[in-house]
Structures are given as structure tokens and as C-alpha cells.
Design a protein around this ligand. Structure first.
Ligand SMILES: C[S@@+](CC[C@H](N)C(=O)[O-])C[C@H]1O[C@@H](n2cnc3c(N)ncnc32)[C@H](O)[C@@H]1O
Length: 296
């Protein structure tokens, strides 16, 4: 990461604070602490005596969050880890359950702005896209390893890209001439397969699909959701902010199932979305959906 990362404007803060009812002394688990934007808004509400456990898979984010949240002192405990491992992480900090949990999914502005991370097709850099750079395949490994039909399926399933077959074919033609290792080479391959005309840049959905696959985003969310209810204290609340329908669908189904089982009650029958003002001020807010449920 660069010396001073760009600001990350947290989304749906006012709705989150209204729906979660944070109280002094409560324990909160934030599975995606990022640059600590939501944390900074929540921490004053759980003081005095509160504990804020912030997890991020990206060690650089934890380092930055530590700096930004330093004024909150011992209330903040930051852990480099995967939120899917919430049980182990809670045990590590000596907690069985917490009062509230929060996930704000996906990539943050600082990661997108850092060309070396490879998340953005607008910046030339290595095609990496891992949140956790200590392990796992990079996007470039996937792009060069998968067969044409595997690539097409991935782009269709995780990106919802209707022209996935055309794009996969073009990627395979380009990599035939040499390994694809940078964001710009991939973005150009996608552009040349699809042309312009769409409101979205043609590479948007392809980059989203690769990011989801590289980081096993849906598997991690599924695993987290399987364990979340047991790790909430009675009356505790879960908030998830998602950015595409695959994530939101998983959250919606978990809530509906646990409501049917009598274990949770739903506090947002429809997902909460950003108002006009927030959408205009923060492009990331345009696709954000917040769902909140409470343990019975
Ligand atoms: C949208 S950002 C969160 C921003 C944060 N709420 C804020 O206000 O600054 C999402 C963060 O989740 C992290 N992340 C993604 N998948 C993760 C996972 N499975 N476990 C832990 N952190 C993850 C990313 O590294 C990123 O920093």
C-alpha cells in the first residue's frame, strides 16, 4: 500500500446505526473492517466498556485500520484473518458470542486505487486480486490456467456476463500469444471481444467474476452464514451490506430460513438502499444493499 491510501467512504452508515442499536459495553464483530470507516462510526456507541473485533483478510488494511482507530485504544482488537473462520477468531480473543456482527462485502476504495493489487481495469498492474496476498491463486493464474469453457462459466456465473463465451474465446486467443499477466492486457482483450455501447465498461463484470473466484467470496460468505446465528447472543443483530445479487441472495435465504426455524427475526423485509444524496456522493453506494436480522 502507498503511504496515504485514498479515503474510503463507508456506505449506509446512518441506516446501520439506526437498525443495529449499538449500546455501551457491547461486543461487536466486524468481519470486514477495511479502513475502519464503519468501525469509527460504531465505536463511540459501544463506549465505555465495548469491544470491537475487526477482521480483514488483507494485512495492509489491518495495519491502516490500526492507525486510523488508534484513538479508541483498547476497545479495538484487530485480526488478520478470514471472516469465514469466525469461530476460531472469536475463541482467539476469548469470546464465545458477540452482541452484533457486521459484514460490508467486497473490495474497498484503497484496494481499488492501488494498481499493484490488480483489482481495477482502469489502472495497469499485475493481475493479482487477492485480498490475502500470503496465499492462493492470483487472477492471472486462473486466467492462464482455466480452459475456455471453464473461463466462460466463471464469467457467466460470477459476473452475470451474457457474452461470456465470446469473452472467454478472446482471452484464450490473446493468451496463446503470451501469458496474460496485467490488468490492461485483460481489459483490452475483453474490450476487443465486446466493443462499447454498454453503460458499464465491458471489463466490469469480468473483473468482478475473477475477484469473486480468486477470493472464494461466495464460499466464505456461505461458511460465515452457517455459523453466525450460534455466535450471536440472544437479541444480537447481524448486518450484511452486499453489492451484487449473488451475495444478497445468500443473505436473504439465510435470514428467511432462520426466521422459519424461529431462531432469527428479520428487521429489513426489503433490503435498505442508499438515498439519492448518498448515491450521488458515493458511487459505491449505488449497488449497496443492507439486510439486518436479530437473534431471537
Ligand atoms: C468494502 S471493504 C470494508 C470497508 C469497511 N467497512 C470500512 O468502512 O472501511 C471490504 C473489506 O473486506 C475484506 N475482505 C474481503 N473478504 C474477506 C474475508 N473473507 N475475510 C476477511 N476480510 C475480507 C477486504 O480486504 C476489504 O478490506
Amino acid at each position: 500500500m502507498t503511504e496515504s491510501p485514498v479515503a474510503h467512504e463507508p456506505v449506509l452508515v446512518a441506516s446501520l446505526l439506526r437498525l443495529m442499536e449499538f449500546r455501551p459495553g457491547q461486543a461487536v464483530l466486524d468481519g470486514t473492517v477495511g479502513l475502519g470507516g464503519h468501525a469509527a462510526a460504531i465505536l463511540p456507541r459501544i463506549a465505555p466498556g465495548g469491544r470491537y473485533i475487526g477482521i480483514d483478510a488483507d494485512a495492509a488494511m489491518i495495519e491502516e485500520a490500526r492507525r486510523r482507530l488508534a484513538s479508541h485504544g483498547g476497545a479495538v482488537e484487530l485480526v488478520v484473518g478470514n471472516y469465514a473462520e469466525l469461530g476460531e477468531i472469536l475463541e482467539r480473543v476469548g469470546l464465545e458470542q458477540v452482541d452484533h456482527m457486521l459484514l460490508d462485502l467486497g473490495v474497498n476504495s484503497a484496494q481499488l486505487a492501488d494498481a499493484a493489487r490488480g483489482f481495477s481495469f482502469e489502472r495497469d498492474g499485475p493481475l493479482d486480486m487477492r485480498y490475502d496476498r500470503s496465499r492462493g491463486e492470483r487472477a492471472l493464474d486462473l486466467v492462464n490456467r482455466l480452459s475456455e469453457s471453464e473461463l466462460a462459466d466463471l464469467i457467466y456465473e460470477f459476473g452475470g456476463e451474457g457474452a461470456s463465451r465470446k469473452v472467454a474465446k478472446r482471452i484464450c486467443q490473446v493468451r496463446h500469444e503470451g501469458r496474460i499477466t496485467t490488468t490492461k492486457v485483460l481489459a483490452r482483450a475483453v474490450e476487443s471481444a465486446m466493443g462499447g455501447g454498454d453503460r458499464l465498461h465491458p471489463a466490469t463484470r469480468v473483473f468482478q467474476a475473477l475477484r469473486i473466484a480468486v477470493n472464494h467470496e461466495l464460499d466464505n460468505l456461505r461458511t460465515f452464514l452457517e455459523h453466525v446465528v450460534d455466535r450471536l447472543r440472544p437479541g444480537g443483530r447481524l448486518a450484511v451490506i452486499s453489492f451484487h445479487s449473488l451475495e444478497d441472495g445468500l443473505v436473504k435465504r439465510l435470514i428467511r430460513r432462520t426466521v422459519a426455524e424461529g431462531r432469527m427475526s428479520e428487521l429489513t423485509r426489503r433490503p435498505v438502499v442508499a438515498d439519492q444524496h448518498e448515491r450521488a456522493a458515493n458511487p459505491r453506494a449505488r449497488s449497496a444493499k443492507l439486510r439486518v436480522a436479530q437473534r431471537v
